[in-house]
Design a protein around this ligand. Structure first.
Ligand code: CMC
Length: 428
C-alpha cells in the first residue's frame, strides 16, 4: 500500500506522508500542510484527528477490543490486581514479583496526607461535589510538594507519581467523610489498595469494620477496567495541560475536571439517576427509549453510545458479568439492575440504536455495582478518577518523554467580523 496520500487543492497536488501503527492503523500526517499550502484541517471534537502516536493502549471500536500495553483487558482483569495494572500502564511492562512488591511498598509509604491539608476540607461547603474537592485537593498537592514539580526531572516525576497514586484514595475518602460529617479515617498500610480505600470510606472509630472480599474484588475490577482508554476527553486534557510543561498535579487536576462532565465520567452518576427516574416513573422502559430517539427531546440514554466503540464495549461486558455475580452472591436484587437489563434489551432491538451503533458503555452497569458495595452516588465519578489515574499518569509521562513533544495548540477557522472601526463609547 502507498505510504503517501495525495491531496488535490485546485490545480495543485500535495503529497502527504501516511503513518502506519503497529496494529496497521493508518493516518495521514498533516503537520506540514499549513506550511506547504496555507490550509489547515478542521475537525470539531477531534472525531477524526489523531493527536499523538502512543504505545499505551490499543482500542478497536469496530471489534470491541481493548488492550493495555498489548494485553487484552479480559486477561488483565483475570490475572492482575489494580496496582499491578497501574504498574503495567505507568512503566510499560508487567512487573516481576520483586518490582511489584517494591511498588506496593512505595505506595504504602505515601498514603497519608499532610496534616495541614485536612484544613482544606473545612473550607468546602458540606454538600460540595466530591469531584470538585478531588480536583482542588490534587491541585493543592503542588503547593505542598514544591520540591518535586519539575516535569523534566525523572526523580521528581517518580516521587510525584507515587504520591498521586497513594494519596488519591485518601483524598477521595476524606471528601466523602466530610460530606456525611464523620471523622476522617486514616489509611491503614497493612491493607491492599482497594481494602484500604473501603475502610477509609466506611470504617468509624466506634466499631470494628469488616471488609467484604466480594466488595474488594468488585472494586478491583472496576478500577482495572477504567484504568486507561487512550485519547479520551480527560486524558487529552491531561496531555494538553502537561504539554505546556505544567506540573503533573496541575495536569491531573485538570483531567479530573474534564472527567466530571456527564458526557464523560459523570455518565455513571447520570446513568443511575436516569434508572432511578425510570423506576420512580413506573418502570416504563419503552417510554424512555422513545424519548431518547426523539430529535426534539434532548434526553439521551445515559450509559449508551461511545465515540469509538461501535460494536460492543468490552468493559461493559466484564462489568455486567460482575454485577450478576455480585448480586447473586449477596442474595440481593436491585430494581435498577432489572430496569437496566430491560432497557438494554429493548434498546438493542430498536432500529434507532442498531443503526447508530449505540451499545451500553462502561458506565451503564458500573453504578449498579457501586450501589451494591455501598458507594454513594456522588462518589461514582470519583471512583472512575481513581481508576483512570494510572492512565493519566502514563500518558503524561509518555508525552514528557517524547522527543517530538510540542505544546498542544490547535488552530481555528475564524468566522467573526472582519476588521471594523471602533466607535468611542460616547459615539455608540
Ligand atoms: N441516546 C440516544 N441517542 C444517542 C445517544 C444516546 N445515549 N448517544 C448518541 N446518540 C445519537 C445522537 O443523537 C446522534 O444522532 P444523530 O446522528 O441523529 O445526530 C448519534 O447517535 C451520534 O451521537 P454523537 O453525540 O454525535 O456521538 P459522539 O461520538 O459525539 O458522542 C457520547 C459519544 C458517548 C458522548 C454519546 O453517545 C452520549 O452522549 N452518550 C451518553 C453519555 C454517556 O454514556 N457517556 C459515557 C461515555 S463512556 C465513558 C467515558 O469514556 O467517559
Amino acid at each position: 500500500m502507498a505510504d503517501v496520500a495525495t491531496l488535490k487543492i485546485g490545480e495543485t497536488e500535495e503529497t502527504l506522508p501516511v503513518i502506519t501503527g503497529t496494529e496497521a492503523e493508518r493516518a495521514i500526517d498533516i503537520s506540514k500542510l499549513r506550511g506547504d499550502t496555507g490550509l489547515i484541517t478542521l475537525d470539531e471534537g477531534y472525531v477524526n484527528t489523531g493527536a499523538v502516536a502512543s504505545s499505551i493502549t490499543y482500542l478497536d471500536g469496530e471489534q470491541g477490543i481493548l488492550r493495555y500495553r498489548g494485553y487484552p483487558i479480559e486477561e488483565v482483569a483475570k490475572h492482575c490486581d489494580f496496582v499491578e495494572t497501574a504498574y503495567l500502564l505507568i512503566y510499560g511492562e508487567l512487573p516481576t514479583a520483586e518490582q511489584l512488591e517494591h511498588f506496593r511498598h512505595s505506595l504504602r509509604r505515601h498514603t497519608l496526607l499532610h496534616e495541614d491539608m485536612r484544613s482544606f476540607y473545612n473550607g468546602f461547603p458540606r454538600d460540595a461535589h466530591p469531584m470538585a474537592i478531588l480536583s482542588s485537593v490534587v491541585s493543592a498537592l503542588s503547593t505542598f510538594y514544591q520540591d518535586s514539580l519539575d516535569p523534566s526531572d525523572p526523580e521528581q516525576v517518580e516521587i510525584s507519581v507515587l504520591r498521586l497514586m497513594a494519596k488519591l484514595p485518601t483524598i477521595a475518602a476524606f471528601s466523602y467523610k466530610k460530606s456525611i460529617g464523620q471523622p476522617f479515617h486514616y489509611p491503614r498500610n497493612d491493607l491492599t489498595y482497594c481494602e484500604n480505600f473501603l475502610q477509609m470510606m466506611f470504617a468509624v472509630p466506634t466499631e470494628p469494620y469488616e471488609l467484604d472480599p466480594d466488595f474488594v474484588e468488585a472494586l478491583n475490577l472496576l478500577l482495572i477496567v477504567h484504568a486507561d482508554h487512550e485519547q479520551n476527553c480527560s486524558t487529552s486534557t491531561v496531555r494538553m495541560v502537561g504539554s505546556s510543561n505544567a506540573n503533573i498535579f496541575a495536569s491531573i487536576s485538570a483531567g479530573i475536571g474534564a472527567l466530571w462532565g456527564p458526557l464523560h465520567g459523570g455518565a455513571n452518576q447520570a446513568c443511575v439517576e436516569m434508572l432511578e427516574r425510570i423506576r420512580a416513573d413506573g418502570g416504563d422502559v419503552a417510554k424512555y427509549v422513545n424519548m431518547a430517539k426523539d430529535k426534539d427531546n434532548p434526553f439521551r440514554l445515559m450509559g449508551f453510545g461511545h465515540r469509538v466503540y461501535k460494536n460492543h464495549d468490552p468493559r461493559a461486558i466484564l462489568i455486567r458479568a460482575t454485577c450478576d455475580r455480585l448480586l447473586a452472591k449477596m442474595d440481593r436484587t436491585d430494581p435498577i439492575f432489572d430496569i437496566a437489563k430491560e432497557l438494554e434489551e429493548v434498546a438493542l432491538k430498536d432500529p434507532y440504536f442498531i443503526e447508530k451503533k449505540l451499545y451500553p458503555n462502561v458506565d451503564f452497569y458500573s453504578g449498579v455495582i457501586y450501589r451494591a458495595i455501598g458507594i454513594p452516588i456522588q462518589m461514582f465519578t470519583v471512583l472512575f478518577a481513581m481508576g483512570r489515574l494510572p492512565g493519566w499518569i502514563a500518558h503524561w509521562k509518555e508525552m514528557q518523554a517524547s522527543p517530538s513533544k510540542r505544546i498542544c495548540r490547535p488552530r481555528q477557522v475564524y468566522m467573526g467580523p472582519t476588521e471594523r472601526d471602533l466607535l468611542p463609547l460616547e459615539e455608540r
